[in-house]
Design a binder for this molecule. Structure first.
Ligand SMILES: NC(=O)c1ccc[n+]([C@@H]2O[C@H](COP(=O)([O-])OP(=O)(O)OC[C@H]3O[C@@H](n4cnc5c(N)ncnc54)[C@H](O)[C@@H]3O)[C@@H](O)[C@H]2O)c1
Length: 261
């Protein structure tokens, strides 16, 4: 059996208990990496850790001390760290006026500040890893194309794209830094939208590829950006949305129906 493209790589995936993070952890493992999983949902994380036979670290990415402890544990257990996938994130669909300062802070904290927190904690190990070290951040299609009801989330995710581009330059040539911007992907985060019958039909109709994406389809791009096939790629934001952002797919009008205004 030939070695996978990530053979020998040591990876940390945040938000690994569900959706895109879980699919990414599974794929990195299948491609030969050893993977540590980090999530704040201890129960789900335990189950995923067991099914993937991988180290599971319960931590909130917004808690600097917990992150430092978890990254230290991952680095010790794996014998170093070559790959970091900053995937943990959470949406908050509400009109700007319905967001108080705490809501705003929470959304910015988990989706943007935490990316810096985890990166800071992992940086010494990534720098020590040698050739092949890489970070992949999970931004969102809402970064380049903000939607109604996602002001804080869109602003945070646009920040992730900017942070990715800044760090790609600061960390070069030691560590490549890229991000992905998924469109509508069916996961626990978006399930409430899928549960409203017919809600996403106009989006699918206006999306060139005609459907929502899967966590596995995003994981495939994250694994590509983490791996040797992307050895000359850094500072990029790869949009994974079935072409939805080309005609903007009418999602702005759909979300207007959900949040009002
Ligand atoms: N699903 C989509 O359509 C979509 C689109 C664009 C971007 N994204 C991004 O993809 C990433 C993964 O989302 P998903 O769709 O797989 O959702 P998901 O809800 O299935 O998974 C998110 C995971 O992150 C974890 N998490 C959330 N806050 C955390 C915290 N403070 N500390 C530690 N873990 C935390 C959750 O427990 C969960 O396991 C997120 O960053 C999200 O913003 C998703």
């Amino acid at each position: 059996m030939s070695a996978g493209p990530l053979e020998g790589r040591r990876a940390l995936v945040t938000g690994a208990a569900s959706g895109i993070g879980e699919a990414t952890a599974r794929l990195l493992l299948a491609q030969g990496a050893r993977v540590a999983l980090l999530d704040r949902d201890g129960e789900r994380l335990g189950a995923v850790g067991k099914s993937l036979d991988s180290l599971a670290l319960e931590a909130d990415v917004c808690d600097e001390q917990a992150v430092a402890r978890a990254v230290g544990e991952a680095t010790d257990a794996l014998g170093g760290l070559d790959l970091l996938v900053n995937n943990a994130g959470a949406g908050n669909l509400a009109r700007f006026e319905d967001h108080d300062a705490d809501d705003w802070q929470r959304v910015l904290s988990v989706n943007l500040a935490a990316v810096a927190t985890v990166t800071r904690a992992a940086l010494p190990a990534l720098r020590a890893a040698g050739p092949g070290a890489a970070i992949v951040n999970n931004a969102s299609g809402s970064a380049p194309r903000p939607t109604r009801g996602e002001s804080a989330y869109s602003a945070a995710k646009a920040g992730v794209v900017a942070l990715t581009q800044a760090l790609a330059q600061e960390f070069a040539p030691d560590i490549r830094v890229n991000c992905v911007s998924p469109g509508v992907i069916r996961t626990a985060m978006t399930e409430p939208l899928f549960q409203i019958e017919g809600l996403l039909e106009p989006v699918n109709e206006a999306t060139p590829l005609g459907r929502a994406g899967t966590a596995e389809e995003v994981a495939a791009v994250i694994a590509f950006l983490a791996g040797p096939g992307a050895a000359f790629v850094t500072g990029q934001n790869l949009v994974i949305d079935g072409g939805m952002s080309l005609p903007q797919a009418g999602i702005d009008q759909v979300l207007k129906g959900v949040v009002g205004g």
